[in-house]
Structures are given as C-alpha cells and as structure tokens.
Write a protein that binds this ligand. Structure first.
Ligand code: PLP
Length: 444
C-alpha cells in the first residue's frame, strides 16, 4: 500500500504553500481562519486516479475531485482533445453566434440524453444549469399564456447548488440557513429518506397542480444529502404523476449523470424522460467547468417567436459553450463508449459494494448507502463525539486516500475507471481511519 506518508522531506513545501494559499484564496464551504492549520492537500499534478501534492505525496482521489473526474486525471486522449481545440480557438461567444465545438458536443449529447429532441443551453456550473432550468420552466408557461404556474415542487434534503434560485429549490443545511430570507418559497415534500416520498409528493402535486411550473428531483440519489437512495420504480412513478398533472419535470443529473449510477444517466435506469435536464460535473470528465440545461423540443418550441420579441429567453453567460470545454466533453463521451467505461463502472460498483459491506457491522457505522459508484458511509459517533466525519476523513487523507465528508457521512465516489485493488485500498484505509478515530475518542 504505497500511500501518502511523511516521506521524510527535509523541508516540506506544503506548509509554505498552505500559507501562500490562505493569504490570497477564499475556499468554498471552508472556514478560512483554520484552513492553513488543517493540513490541506495542495495539489501540484495528477495522474490516473492519483493526485500528487507539492511534496510528491500521492493521494488516491476517492471523491473524484468533488464528483467530477470520471476517467482519471491527466488522460492522454482528453489532453489531446484540449490541445487540438486550443490550436483552433479557446472561446468565442454563443450569444447570437456559434462555434463548431459546441455544435458537435450538442449533437453528441442529443443522442445520449433521455430528453426528446433536446436543445442545449450551456453554462459553467451545475447550479447555473439548474437556475436556467427553473427560469425556462417559469417562462415556458408565460410564453404559452398560462397564468398562475409560478411555483416549484422540490424534495426534502434536496441540493441543487448555491445560486439563489438553486438554493431555493434546495432544502437548506450546510450552514446556508442564513440565506433563508433570500430563498423563494417552494412546495416541499419529503426526500428519499421517507419510504413514502412518492405518495406524499403526489398528494402535494394534487394540492398544487394549477400553480406548479415544474417539479425538480435528483433522480435515484440525493447526493449532497448524504447519498440517500431510492429505486427506479419510485422515480418513474413520481415522473408519471408529474406528467399526468401537466407539470414540467426537471431532472437534476448534475451529480448522477455520466455513469455514476450504473447507466450513462439515472433517467435511463428509471425509464424517465424529463422536459428539462441539468448536466454538469462529469460532463468534461472533470477537466473544465461546463454545464448544460437540456430542454425537450416541446419546451424549446414555446420560446420561438419574433426577433427580440417577448418569447426570447433573456438569459446567457459569458462562457456559455466554451469551445475548449465542449471539445473535451465531446471526446469524453466518445471515450466512455470506446473504452467500455460503463461496463467497468458496473463491475467496480459491485466490488465497491462488497468491499464496503463489512464496515456496516462496525459499531462506528450506522448505515452504508450506495447506488452505482455513489456511496455514503454514515458514521455512528458515540454520544458527545463531535465531527467524526471530518476526523475520519482527515485520518484517511493522512493514509493517502482523499475523502471528504458530508457531516457524518463519508462519501466514496471514485472515478468510473477505479480498479478493484484501489477500491480495496479505499475500504482498508477507511476502516483503519474509523478505528483510529474511535480509539482516540475512547482514550480521550
Ligand atoms: C444534484 C446537484 N445539483 C447541482 C449541484 C451544483 O453543482 P455545482 O457545484 O457545479 O454548481 C450539485 C453539486 O453537488 C449537485 O449535487
């Protein structure tokens, strides 16, 4: 097990880099007053499934760099796609004009996504893709001269991003409650931790059917909620109920998309074809910031009208359809096919399930939840013990496996191409990390 150990450097560079970092950067979801002291991993390069820090220590990237990396880091084919595009052009605007890379990607995505005759509006982050979907759904009804459909139905525990709109359909937590006054109200029904989430959602749909513009879900897995999972039949039943009541369905596949759940998209597993679909994270294999909102032809059609007329969607971002990102994303889709990545991911998911299973019997573990290569190990800290998730992940990082918790849930979401040996390493390091923290707790 060659993991990140103290490799005996005379003067490690990491503390210096952490100091330089803390002096100029502001990290998301991070308390900067103690950032420098928390031994952050300062990455210098990556190769395959590993990250290398400024001192040459290597870390197995068991969270796919926050759920984005699919094929590994520094992939020669993706590198070549980026370089080839760079020699042509990096970026030109999509507002009113086009670029060949964006067209080619949209053509390829159209064949791949479970949306009827889709049109793609590109952005750069998952939250922006959700924001776009919400606004499109809102204007869709306006364009069709239907009044009163201005509300959204969203699930408990949902997370859809950090912009004010996506935060509104999200269910709070993560210390974001202070933004509550900025959130617009939504019809909230229980999330996947309630076995009756579908009938309860259907009842809410019935109570609000004339005022709902759209219903939004993360199909199959509520990732940021701590990997809460449901089954395909339930998602299909929910989608059917939404459709039957004439409400638009938005599937947020920012986290579940691009192979994470066992198919290219969770919608494929559920047999669900939404009106609007949000893509992000793995779309470029984890290379570049790109996201997209896919709209069905029927939704898109409602926006056609006279030039500069009121049906136009007055929304767009500077880097929409960035050519560099689109070229890498298009090559990424080809590579998933050429390399049989989904088959490998399915085998890896099975192996991950078996490798994590023994942890479930541990006193320090409450539950293990998994769908495909999205897994969460919910810890069961003893009474009075604080920040177990944080401590367990810190111990794993010291042992060379990069993990990050969501509260007391340790997320395990490795690249789709992870090997069985690497999965075994993750499970062994996580197991030892739980022991280490439990022992420290009982000593102290
Ligand atoms: C389901 C879902 N939607 C949207 C987002 C937001 O994506 P981003 O962080 O790229 O804005 C996330 C991020 O975790 C997510 O899990």
């Amino acid at each position: 097990m060659q993991a990140s150990r103290d490799m005996g450097f005379e003067s490690p560079k990491a503390p210096l880099w952490a100091r330089r970092d803390a002096a100029v950067l502001w990290h998301g979801f991070t308390q900067m007053s103690c950032y420098e002291d928390s031994a952050p991993v300062i990455v210098e390069r990556g190769a395959g499934h590993y990250l290398y820090d400024v001192d040459g220590r290597r870390y197995l990237d068991a969270i796919s760099s926050l759920w984005v990396t699919t094929l590994g880091h520094n992939d020669p084919d993706l590198n070549r796609a980026a370089r080839d595009q760079l020699d042509r052009i990096a970026h030109s605007t999509l507002l009113g004009n086009g670029n060949t890379a964006a067209v080619a990607l949209a053509e390829a995505l159209r064949e791949a996504v479970p949306v009827d005759d889709a049109r793609f509006l590109f952005a750069s982050d998952g939250a922006a893709a959700v924001e776009q979907a919400l606004k499109i759904a809102f204007q869709y009804w306006r364009n069709r001269s239907v009044t009163g459909r201005t509300a959204y139905l969203a699930l408990g525990q949902a997370y859809h991003g950090d912009t004010v709109g996506s935060l509104s359909v999200g269910d709070g937590g993560f210390g974001t409650d202070l933004f509550d006054p900025l959130r617009f109200p939504v019809v909230r029904t229980p999330g996947y931790d309630d076995p009756d989430w579908v009938p309860k959602a259907v009842a809410a749909l019935d109570r609000n059917r004339r005022r709902l513009a759209a219903a939004v879900i993360e199909p199959l897995v509520q990732g940021a909620a701590g990997m809460l999972v449901t089954n395909p039949d339930k998602v299909a039943a929910f989608a059917e109920a939404v459709r039957a009541r004439g409400v638009l369905l938005i599937c947020d596949e920012v986290a579940t998309g691009f192979g994470r759940t066992g198919a290219l998209f969770a919608g494929d597993l559920c047999g669900v074809r939404p009106d609007l679909m949000c893509l992000g994270k793995g779309i470029t294999g984890g290379y570049l910031p790109l996201s997209a909102t896919a709209a069905s032809a029927q939704v898109h059609e409602a926006f056609l009208g006279e030039d500069l007329g009121p049906r136009t969607f007055y929304h767009g971002h500077s880097y929409s359809g960035n050519a560099l990102a689109c070229a890498v994303a298009a090559r990424h889709l080809q590579l998933i096919e050429e390399r049989g990545v989904l088959d490998r991911a399915a085998a890896a998911a099975e192996h991950l399930g078996s490798a994590l299973a023994p942890l479930a019997a541990r006193p320090g573990v409450a539950e293990i939840r998994r769908r495909g290569l999205m897994a969460g190990v919910e810890l069961a800290p003893p009474p009075g013990a604080a920040r177990w998730g944080r401590k367990v992940c810190a111990a794993a990082v010291r042992a060379g496996v990069l993990l990050r918790p969501l509260g007391d849930v340790v997320v395990v979401m490795p690249p789709l191409t992870i090997t069985d040996d690497e999965i075994d390493l993750i499970a062994a390091v996580l197991s030892a990390a739980i022991d280490e923290v439990a022992e420290a707790e009982s000593d102290g």
